[in-house]
Ligand binder design. Structure first.
Ligand code: AMO
Length: 461
């Protein structure tokens, strides 16, 4: 017999079915034993009564055992109906049962929302933690949102193109995760902080409209809105100006809010200059909502950021966004005068409910201007050639004007799921100090692995 999922049972009242899943809860009333059987689609009540001959097997059942049950779906007696659950009007009258797996008592309770549990335990037993309703819902919402983004952008003529994860360092302001090369000992790959240079090279390649739901890697301390690996909706477009990128993202997000039942605080999204944001909110991340009520999204654009910021400790100018951001043409003449701090850029950031959920810019396409920016940031011409020569060369072969943006999906999804941390919307997140407690990462390498890579550990931890 084909398996029926819990959510399908309301359509099969009166029929004999086979259901399978985990024992979510068990209630023993002596002659009658009830269990709530849970599968990925939901829960359904199973009753072991007269039609079930092996009563002692039902007595033995414990939470989280995995079972397969055959029986008839029948309407519950009226006083037993539970109107609060989708299968609350029916039950499966068990006739036979197979125990597929027994289970140790779970080390963390799985019934409640889990917020008040020790996070280290939740992470160590993440495969159990993920069984709770709240996290299953978060995984489902994430899946449906990704589908929406993919289908929306595909309909607008964008192509999703995968770019390498084993690559060369792209400066985005964080430290790189490096990967030693076995074939080229002493040389290293880096995991990309974002696909920034690849997507610009795709524009040179004539792709025009690119997107990718992509993992990015940054060696920075994790926080409630930060992970060392996180997911972006990365977008790049050719022959566009700032307005085109802002309007694409705005219509995408309005469409998403409508489809998924969220209210927008203000529309069109207000645009606030960086200087005004600092003056009004004291921060470039702010919350425009009047009331912090559920399912309300307060999106706003921050524009006109300075191109450079002064790094006191390093005693040099650094790019506020990244070095590929185009200066506002009205301010470009200031570069020649050395008034770097006054140059505004064509950067734009998107904030929502107090978080920065996106950032992007119109890019530099003139190799001379790009070299000048690197020079202002303190790179020697040899360094520029070594680190960015490929991009500057590519720009000599016919580069279209282009620009783009990346949305931080973990942040956006945690807002949409009303979760306090992005860890609640990521299946397997790292702890605050960058460990995967379930897998036990980071971990030591075998001597042979190290020697194959030509690596010697100087200081043992
Ligand atoms: P940026 O560095 O601003 O831009 O990143 C875009 C968005 O990604 C999210 N984000 C993070 N989310 C979780 N954990 C992190 N450690 C983390 N770091 C960033 C934020 C942020 O707004 N290549 C450019 C985009 C472009 O210019 O097109 C970039 O990566 O929500």
């Amino acid at each position: 017999m084909e398996r029926t999922r819990a959510a399908e049972t309301p359509h099969k009242v009166g029929k004999r079915v086979k259901v399978a899943g985990w024992v979510h809860a068990r209630r023993d009333h002596g002659k009658l034993i009830f269990i709530d059987l849970r599968d990925a689609s939901g829960k359904v009540q199973v009753v072991f009564g007269d039609s079930f001959k092996e009563h002692e097997n039902a007595e033995a059942l414990r939470a989280e055992w995995v079972v397969e049950i055959e029986g008839e779906i029948s309407a519950r007696p009226e006083k037993m109906v539970n109107p609060d659950t989708p299968t609350g009007t029916l039950e499966v009258k068990a006739e036979s049962m197979k125990i597929l797996a027994r289970a140790e008592p779970p080390p963390i309770p799985l019934g409640a929302d889990g917020y008040d549990l020790d996070e280290e335990l939740r992470m160590k037993f993440r495969y159990l933690d993920l069984r709770r309703d709240r996290l299953q819902k978060n995984l489902s919402l994430r899946h449906r949102l990704n589908l929406f983004l993919r289908s929306y952008l595909s309909k607008k003529g964008f192509r999703e193109i995968e770019t390498p994860y084993i690559s060369k360092s792209t400066p985005e302001g964080a430290r790189d995760y490096v990967v030693p090369s076995r074939l080229h000992q002493g040389l290293f790959y880096a995991l990309p902080q974002s696909p920034q240079q690849y997507k610009q090279l795709l524009m040179v390649a004539g792709v025009e409209n690119y997107f990718q739901i992509v993992r990015c890697f940054r060696d920075e301390d994790t926080r409630k809105d930060r992970q060392m690996e996180f997911t972006q909706l990365d977008v790049e477009m050719s022959f566009v100006e700032r307005e085109d990128v802002l309007s694409l993202v705005e219509t995408l997000l309005v469409g998403l809010a409508t489809e998924f039942g969220y209210e927008l605080e203000e529309q069109p999204f207000p645009r606030i200059s960086y200087a005004d944001a600092l003056a009004r909110f004291g921060d470039d991340k702010f919350d425009i909502r009047k009331e912090k009520d559920f399912r309300k999204l307060g999106f706003a654009w921050v524009i006109d950021q300075p191109l450079f910021e002064w790094k006191e400790r390093e005693n040099r100018w650094d790019a506020m966004h990244h070095p590929f951001t185009r200066p506002n043409p009205e301010d470009e003449h200031l570069l020649g005068k050395g008034e770097y701090g006054k140059v505004r850029s064509w950067q734009y950031d998107l904030v929502c409910n107090g978080y920065e959920v996106g950032g992007g810019s119109i890019r530099i396409t003139d190799p001379a201007l790009q070299s000048k920016i690197f020079e202002i940031m303190g790179h020697t011409s040899e360094e520029v050639e070594e680190k960015f020569g490929h991009l500057l060369t590519a720009f000599t072969y016919g580069v279209p004007p282009h620009g783009g943006i990346a949305l931080g999906l973990d942040r956006l999804y945690s807002i949409l799921s009303d979760e306090p941390s992005i860890r609640e919307v990521i299946a397997f997140p790292k702890t605050g100090d960058g460990r995967d407690l379930m897998m036990g990462a980071p971990s030591r390498l075998m001597k042979e692995q190290l020697s194959e890579l030509g690596i010697e550990i100087k200081r043992k931890m």
